[in-house]
Design a protein around this ligand. Structure first.
Ligand SMILES: [Zn+2]
Length: 715
C-alpha cells in the first residue's frame, strides 16, 4: 500500500507536535479503506500534516489545506499516503527505524490535504488518552502565559516532557556543557522527584500517630515516593528513560518493603533485569547503559540511591553535600562511557552540573511545576532559566568545553569504563589510581585511516543530495554537504557533524559542487563547527555562504596532492564563470587518484548534465575511473552513453532519497549502467557507502553490515 492514498480513521494518541512545516502526530488506527475496500494497515502510524503550497506536476496551484487543531484523544478520518518506516543509516548514527519499532510504529504517512482531496474530518472526542489531553492543555497554557518562546519551550520540556520547542542553539549549549540530560525527563529527574516526594510523604505521615500505627512512615514514604514519581513520569510523557527509572525504583522499593536485605550487586542486577525483561531493546540504547552504570556506581560507592529513605532524617545541608558528592562520583565514573557512546564528553560538565543540577531540580522544576496551579510562577521559572542560560553560555564559550574522540572499539571502551569505576570505587587510594592506566587506551585510540598513497570514500546517507567524505592518511575533504530538511534541520547538523565527530575528522577542505540546496543545505552547520576548513566551490561571489567563509572558485586545472593521493578539478572552465549558467552546469568535477600498489580513481561529478558530460568527453579529460558518483542522482538528464563509455566505472554510487519526489534514480538510466556490467549502489538500499582504494573490490553498505529485524528491507 506504500505510496497509495488510504482513507484511515483513528485516535490521536499523544499531543501533536507543531513546527514550521506543519503538524506531526501518532494515530492509533481503527479502520482503513483503499478504493472503498477495507484493508489492514499497521495499528500505529506516525502522520505528518504539512502546510504550504500544493503542487501538481511541478506547478504550484493552490494553498494546501492548513493543519487542523488536533487534540489528543480525538478520532479523525483522513486520506493519507503511507510510507514504510525508513531512516538514514550512517556509521554510529541514530537508528530511526529502531526508534519507531520501540514505539510500535510501523508506518509513516502524510495527510493528502490538497484542494482536490476529501477534507480531513474530526469524528469525535474520546477519553482514551486523558493524560495526553491534560498535558496538551498544560502546554498550551504555558505557551499562552510565557511570552519568551525560548523559556516557554524549556518550561514545557520540564513540566510535560515536550522537548520539541527547545531551540537548536540552546541544545548546542546544553550538549557542550554536558547538561542536556537536565532538560529531558531523565532518570536523574525522576529519582530526584521520588526523593522529594518520599521526604514529603514521610513528613506528613509522621503528623498522624494513627497513620504511623497503620504503616510505618518509612514504608509509606517508599510507597508514596514511587507512586508519585510514576505519576510524574506519566504526566511528563512516559518516555523510555522515565519508564526505566520507575521500574528500577519500584523494584528496589518492593525489595525493601518485603524485608529482604540483599547485597547491593544483586539489587542492582535485579533492577536491571526487570527493565530488560519489560523492554528488551533497552540493551541497544545508550541511555540504558548510562543509567545502568550510574546506578551501579552509586550502589558501589554507597551513595543515596541504595537507600532513598534512610537518609530522610539527615539535615538539609548534609543531604545537599551528599547529593553533590554523588553527582561528582557519577560524572567521573561515566565520563569514559559517555565518550564511548557519544564520542564526546564535556570537560566543563562537572562545573556546569555541580550548579545546574541543584538549580534545575530545586529551583526551576518546582517553580515550573507549581506554575500549573499558579501561572505567574512560570515567570519566576523563566527568570531562573535566564540566569542558568547566562552561566552555561559563558561555560560553553571556553576553548576546551568539550573533548571529542574517535569512537573506540568496545573492548577498549570497556577497559575505560572499568577505569572510571575503579577511580571512584571505595578502595584504598593507591588501588583507585590503577584506574588511570585503564583509561589511556580510550584516550589514545585513533580510528584507522588509509595508509599513505591510498584514500577512503564515505558517501553519507543524507537522503536526496550529495555528501561524500574523502579521507587520506592525514587529510580530509567533504564533497558537498547534503540537503536542508526544514528551517530547523539539515544534513550538516543531523548527519555530517555527528559523523565527523565519531570519526574524529578535521576537514581541510569543504568542496561545494554547486549552489543547489541538496548540495549546500548542510554547509553552514559544517562551516560553523569546522573553522579551519577552506571552501572551494562554484557558488557566486555574492552568495550568502560567502559571508560564512570566503570561497574560492573551482576551476579545471586546479590540482593538489595529499599523502600521495592526487586531486584534480576537471570542470568547470574559468570562462564558464563569465557568462550566466544554470547551477548544475557549473558543478565542480573532482578526480581523485591513489598512487598506492593498485592505482585507483574516483570521480565525483555533482549534478553535471549531458552537455557538460559531452564537453568533458570531447576535451579528452581524464575521466576513466573505478568509482563514479552517478551524476545528478541518476536523473534522466545525465549519465549519457558517451560519458559512461569514457568513464568505464566498475562501481557507481547514487546518492538519492528513499522514494524521493524526483523519481531518482530513473530506471532507464540505471539500465544503461546495468548493460555495461557496472555495479550500482544507492543510498536507500545501502545506507552510507564506504570504499577504500587499498581494498577496491567492494563497497561496504552500512545497511548490510548491521541488518536487524526492525530494519526496513527496501524492496
Ligand atoms: Zn542535486
Amino acid at each position: 500500500m506504500e505510496g497509495r492514498d488510504v482513507l484511515i480513521s483513528g485516535v490521536v494518541t499523544d499531543m501533536p507536535q507543531r513546527n514550521e512545516a506543519g503538524l506531526r502526530f501518532t494515530l492509533a488506527v481503527d479502520s482503513a479503506t483503499l478504493d472503498g475496500e477495507p484493508v489492514q494497515v499497521p495499528p500505529r502510524v506516525d502522520v505528518g500534516w504539512y502546510a504550504g503550497v500544493y503542487s501538481v506536476g511541478g506547478e504550484q496551484v493552490a494553498l494546501q489545506r492548513q493543519p487542523g487543531d488536533l487534540r489528543a484523544g480525538e478520532r479523525w478520518r483522513m486520506t493519507v499516503r503511507l510510507r514504510a518506516p525508513h531512516g538514514s543509516r550512517n556509521p554510529h548514527g541514530f537508528d530511526y527505524e529502531l526508534w519507531l519499532w520501540e514505539r510500535g510504529v510501523q508506518a509513516s504517512a502524510y495527510v493528502r490535504a490538497g484542494s482536490a482531496d476529501p477534507e480531513p474530518q474530526r469524528l469525535e472526542q474520546t477519553w482514551t488518552h486523558p493524560v495526553a489531553l491534560l498535558r496538551q492543555s498544560v502546554r498550551e497554557r504555558i505557551y499562552a502565559h510565557v511570552e519568551q518562546r525560548q523559556f516557554a519551550g524549556l518550561i514545557a520540556a520540564l513540566v510535560v516532557g515536550d522537548q520539541n520547542a527547545i531551540d537548536r542553539v540552546d541544545w548546542d549549549v546544553f550538549r557542550a556543557t554536558g547538561v542536556a540530560h537536565l532538560v529531558s525527563i531523565s532518570g536523574l529527574h525522576i529519582t530526584m522527584f521520588a526523593w522529594g516526594a518520599a521526604w514529603l510523604v514521610a513528613w506528613l505521615w509522621r503528623r498522624s500517630g494513627r497513620l504511623c500505627l497503620l504503616l510505618p512512615a518509612v514504608d509509606a514514604a517508599l510507597l508514596g515516593g514511587v507512586l508519585l514519581a510514576t505519576a510524574y513520569s506519566l504526566f511528563s510523557g512516559w518516555g523510555i528513560p522515565a519508564q526505566r527509572t520507575c521500574l528500577m525504583l519500584a523494584t528496589v522499593a518492593l525489595l525493601r518493603l518485603s524485608g529482604a536485605r540483599w547485597p547491593w550487586p544483586q539489587v542492582w542486577m535485579l533492577a536491571c533485569a526487570v527493565v530488560v525483561a519489560v523492554d528488551p531493546w533497552a540493551l541497544l540504547q545508550a541511555g540504558f547503559w548510562l543509567s545502568f552504570v550510574a546506578v551501579g556506581v552509586l550502589f558501589a560507592t554507597d551513595a543515596g540511591v541504595a537507600r532513598p529513605v534512610a537518609g530522610l532524617a539527615r539535615g538539609t545541608v548534609s543531604r545537599l553535600a551528599a547529593m553533590l558528592r554523588e553527582q561528582w562520583v557519577v560524572t567521573v565514573a561515566l565520563a569514559p562511557l559517555t565518550l564511548l557512546l557519544f564520542g564526546q564528553v564535556s570537560i566543563v560538565g562537572l562545573a556546569a552540573n555541580a550548579l545546574a543540577i541543584p538549580w534545575v531540580t530545586l529551583v526551576v522544576t518546582p517553580l515550573a511545576m507549581a506554575g500549573v496551579a499558579v501561572p505567574w510562577l512560570w515567570d519566576l521559572a523563566g527568570g531562573a532559566i535566564a540566569v542558568l542560560m547566562q552561566f552555561l553560555q559563558w561555560l560553553a564559550a571556553w576553548p576546551w568545553a568539550t573533548l571529542t574522540l574517535a569512537t573506540a572499539p568496545w573492548w577498549l571502551a570497556a577497559s575505560g569504563v572499568l577505569g572510571g569505576v575503579l577511580l571512584v570505587a571505595r578502595l584504598p587510594l593507591y588501588m583507585r589510581f590503577l584506574g588511570l592506566p585503564l583509561l589511556l587506551p580510550v584516550l589514545l585510540w585513533q580510528a584507522p585511516l588509509p595508509p599513505v598513497g591510498e584514500f577512503e570514500l564515505l558517501a553519507a546517507d543524507i537522503g536526496q543530495g550529495n555528501a561524500v567524505l574523502v579521507r587520506t592518511a592525514t587529510h580530509a575533504l567533504l564533497y558537498d554537504a547534503g540537503p536542508r530538511y526544514s528551517l530547523e534541520s539539515d544534513a550538516g547538523h543531523r548527519v555530517l557533524l555527528p559523523l565527523l565527530q565519531v570519526l574524529h575528522t578535521r576537514l581541510d577542505l569543504l568542496l561545494l559542487s554547486h549552489r543547489d540546496t541538496d548540495h549546500v543545505g548542510g554547509a553552514p552547520a559544517v562551516l560553523a563547527m569546522q573553522p579551519q576548513a577552506k571552501l572551494l566551490s562554484s557558488i557566486a561571489m555574492d552568495d550568502r555562504l560567502q559571508s560564512l567563509r570566503k570561497s574560492q572558485h573551482c576551476v579545471a586545472g586546479q590540482h593538489w596532492e595529499w599523502d600521495g593521493v592526487q586531486f584534480s578539478i576537471l570542470h568547470p572552465q574559468a570562462a564558464d564563470y563569465e557568462s550566466p549558467h544554470p547551477p548544475n552546469a557549473l558543478s565542480c568535477v573532482l578526480r581523485i587518484l591513489s598512487t598506492g600498489a593498485r592505482s585507483q580513481t574516483a570521480l565525483l561529478v555533482g549534478d553535471i548534465e549531458r552537455v557538460q558530460e559531452e564537453l568533458l568527453v570531447a576535451a579528452q579529460a581524464p575521466l576513466k575511473a573505478d568509482v563514479l558518483l552517478v551524476p545528478h542522482h541518476g536523473s534522466k538528464t545525465s549519465s549519457s552513453e558517451a560519458f559512461l563509455a569514457a568513464v568505464q566505472p566498475r562501481e557507481a554510487w547514487v546518492q538519492s532519497g528513499y522514494r524521493n519526489r524526483y523519481g531518482h534514480p530513473v530506471a532507464a538510466v540505471m539500465q544503461r549502467y546495468q548493460e555495461r556490467g557496472i555495479v550500482v549502489h544507492d543510498s536507500p538500499h545501502c545506507g552510507a557507502m564506504t570504499w577504500r582504494s587499498d581494498s577496491p573490490s567492494q563497497t561496504l553498505c552500512d545497511r548490510s553490515v548491521e541488518m536487524h529485524y526492525w530494519s526496513h528491507h527496501v524492496p
